[in-house]
Write a new protein. Structure first.
Length: 576
């Protein structure tokens, strides 16, 4: 069931209505509890009249005791239901946001600040929980307690409605004015918190750079500036709350109600018990008046949080998942036809055309910034082409089912991403962590990682630090290679994947890769001649354009640019 994302209130309601049992228990329990609560002043008034008339008050006392006990039970049911409803909302919205983030394109993620995303995923969603409990919980209670006592007052004497009716109109206008003032402050608070969190996240991730460049003082000033902006909004919120008018209006209403009730009693139109019941019912209006400043703030913050979450989920993904697209075992033929692509209006690839046959290894070389990595990302649809098309096995990659396409392509990049999990889980990540331990160990052995894994404290069960910070660069890359080998991909993309590995280990890894090379298409980004020489073809890029395409020896013989790129290698025999 898709949730209604046309606005924050609609979205929240579309989640709440999926929990009819808890929603009904919460609403029915809260209203019934308030009805019982509103009956207590009348029973107390009856008891006063009974005492003055020298009647037996025991029946009234027993009824009053039963009402109080039942009120407590209903209150417990309502509070339990609201807490469960809030918990389900918290869980479901977090799941929905996470699934939405997984479905977004890399272009979308490149535009986001990690700290701000984390603020939305953690604090804004936590604010949704507080919107329900205690926010909506207390609003339903206070709303019921503002209306139901008026009904009981009408049964005592309709004339007594004059003062509370005027108060309720004034209360509604004052509350509307309060919410108008609070809304921009609440919005600013959530946005400033996202900015503060994003800055903190960037500083933590870049701590080494900050220390090496001695920029601690500058970063400290930046954090203080962001924290000061966040603090100032808290002060503004306090000033808005300080000017909350309904509490003053209630005090005036209580005095006016007492004067009105006493006047009717003096005229003989009200008994003393009725007067006491009336003032008791007026006293119930204290609760909605006093808690509204707190509860409506929670609701406002919750709606702002929901709006910020919807901004993320409703953002264009720029990438069609194509769930009904082509699904088949991949052979591995790749064809680029007049492909162009750019980031934010800056052209990166221009009219690129070439063909990689099944099982071929193509080395992609060129100067820094020539578009090598971008080219390989287009194959797996990390990005989509601006014009032209890329075909895999004769089918446009945009027509493939995205999961089917990506599950048969493995990429090992320069910046290895590992997770704070056991080594075995990191290797098995590409298979959803369903691979057997034997298969994991075999892949590690092929990637020349088994030896250093055995030296770790808990072997394959050793939990490595976030992004693999507890491992060397070469160790991280060997784990990434093992992960790729385990998935047995039809297309293997190596983006300078052996850059942090010593030459001896690199030779062993090359042997492992060559052993599984049969029938597998490989796109290899590298400047190492040891790798380029065993490639079937070499693709030479310059400023996003294909300059030449052929074997290593063919390019050495006919391409001055190719010879210049590798002229600093002593082992290159540059033709005269």
């Amino acid at each position: 069931m898709r949730h209604d994302r046309r606005g924050p209130a609609r979205w929240i309601w579309s989640h709440l209505r999926r929990q009819p049992l808890y929603l009904t228990g919460f609403l029915a329990g809260a209203v019934a509890m308030v009805v019982l609560n509103a009956s207590i002043p009348g029973l107390v008034g009856d008891a006063f009249d009974a005492v003055l008339a020298r009647r037996d008050v025991l029946p009234i006392a027993l009824v009053l005791l039963g009402v109080v006990a039942l009120r407590g039970l209903l209150d417990f049911c309502a509070r339990l239901s609201s807490e469960l409803l809030a918990g389900r909302l918290n869980r479901d919205t977090r799941d929905e946001l996470y699934v939405s983030l997984l479905g977004k394109s890399q272009t979308f993620h490149n535009r986001q600040r990690v700290g701000d995303l984390m603020a939305r995923a953690a604090n804004d969603i936590r604010q949704l929980r507080m919107l329900v409990a205690p926010g909506l919980d207390m609003i339903v209670d206070s709303g019921s307690q503002a209306v139901i006592p008026l009904v009981f007052i009408a049964f005592i004497d309709p004339r007594l409605l004059l003062v509370p009716a005027i108060f309720m109109v004034a209360f509604g206008l004052a509350l509307w004015h309060y919410m108008r003032q609070l809304n921009p402050v609440a919005t600013g608070m959530r946005e400033e918190f996202g900015t503060l969190n994003a800055g903190l996240s960037e500083a933590v991730r870049g701590m080494e750079v900050i220390k090496v460049t001695a920029q601690e003082s500058g970063e400290r000033l930046k954090f203080r500036r962001n924290a000061r902006s966040y603090r100032d909004l808290f002060v503004r919120e306090g000033l808005v709350r300080a000017r909350y008018l309904p509490t003053l209006l209630l005090a005036v209403a209580m005095a006016a109600a007492l004067w009105h009730g006493v006047s009717l009693h003096a005229a003989g139109d009200l008994t003393l018990g009725q007067l006491i019941a009336f003032m008791g019912l007026m006293g119930l209006l204290h609760f909605p008046t006093n808690v509204s400043t707190f509860t409506f703030s929670l609701v406002q913050l919750g709606l702002v949080g929901a709006r910020r979450i919807l901004e993320i989920m409703n953002a264009e993904t720029e990438l069609d998942q194509h769930a009904d697209g082509h699904t088949a075992p991949m052979r591995g033929e790749v064809v680029f036809e007049d492909v162009s692509f750019g980031y934010a209006g800056s052209q990166v690839l221009k009219n690129v055309s070439f063909t990689v046959r099944r099982g071929e290894t193509v080395a992609i070389v060129g100067e820094t910034g020539s578009g090598k990595s971008t080219l390989t990302k287009l194959v797996s649809r990390t990005f989509d082409v601006d014009s032209g098309k890329i075909q895999v096995d004769g089918v446009d990659v945009r027509e493939w089912n995205l999961d089917s396409l990506r599950s048969q392509i493995s990429t090992i990049e320069q910046d290895i991403v590992l997770f704070s999990r056991p080594v075995a889980e990191n290797i098995a990540f590409g298979l959803g962590q369903q691979a057997s331990r034997e298969a994991v160990e075999a892949a590690a052995a092929d990637a020349q990682a088994a030896e250093f894994i055995a030296e770790l404290e808990d072997g394959y069960d050793t939990v490595i630090g976030e992004r693999g910070v507890t491992l060397s660069g070469g160790q991280r890359q060997r784990l990434a290679i093992a992960r790729a080998l385990l998935t047995d991909p039809a297309i293997l993309i190596l983006d300078d994947s052996t850059s942090a590995i010593d030459s001896g280990t690199e030779d062993l890894i090359q042997q492992a890769i060559e052993r599984i090379q049969s029938g597998r298409t490989t796109l290899l980004i590298t400047h190492r001649l040891a790798q380029i020489r065993w490639a079937d073809k070499v693709l030479l890029l310059r400023r996003g354009e294909v300059i030449d395409f052929g074997t290593h020896q063919e390019l050495l013989g006919r391409s001055p640019l190719y010879r210049r790129i590798f002229s600093h290698y002593d082992e290159v025999e540059v033709p005269v």
